[in-house]
Design a binder for this molecule. Sequence first.
Ligand code: SAM
Length: 204
Amino acid sequence: MRIRQHVNPLKSNFFEIPIEPLAFPVGSPVEVELGSAEAYFLMDRAREDPGTSYVGVEIRRDLVAKANEECQREGLANVRSVFANISVDLPRLFGPGQVRRFYLYFPDPWWKSKQHKRRVMAPGLTLELHRALATDGEVHVATDIFDLALDAMAALETEGDGFFANVIAPWTFLRQSPFSARSRRERQCESDGSRIWRLAYRRL
Ligand SMILES: C[S@@+](CC[C@H](N)C(=O)[O-])C[C@H]1O[C@@H](n2cnc3c(N)ncnc32)[C@H](O)[C@@H]1O
């Protein structure tokens, strides 16, 4: 199956994706990876913490199908990838306070300045994460691109009025991942020896 490397999330057909409502077992915490690609990270998380429901939000439809097939093959019934656009669909996917953790791992860089508006870490996302997170819920970001890490840090430190607190200290990166799960890109960076910038924030 040929899978596209990138799609432009600002194309009009990505503003009208039909979305089926998500249902979760009562009492099961919900964790969400934004831009989940193959969902390797969520599959690892599900193996180590099977009592949680995991949702991957991904704009490449072929990858969503592939990830769901693999989860089904492996019997990971609590991991589901959904075809949706992070920039517009989060309010339709998650109710207020429903999510325990958001993961934003290696978001697309969109290097050129005229493409910055395609970035997932755009103004408005912080507000949306705050709305959907439970009190004490967390946002975890990882990237090998320092500029993106700084953008995410600045948004989480400064947007809103005391929305989030850095889990270590203001304007501070995590030294290592608190999870043993690894995304595809994270595995690649670790095997290349690339530096990974990690940050974690708690919803206040
Ligand atoms: C570089 S990949 C990283 C994938 C995975 N998180 C990892 O660490 O291996 C970024 C992913 O985000 C997805 N993505 C980018 N913009 C998106 C959007 N607006 N909505 C949903 N997914 C998006 C891309 O299709 C891609 O699969």
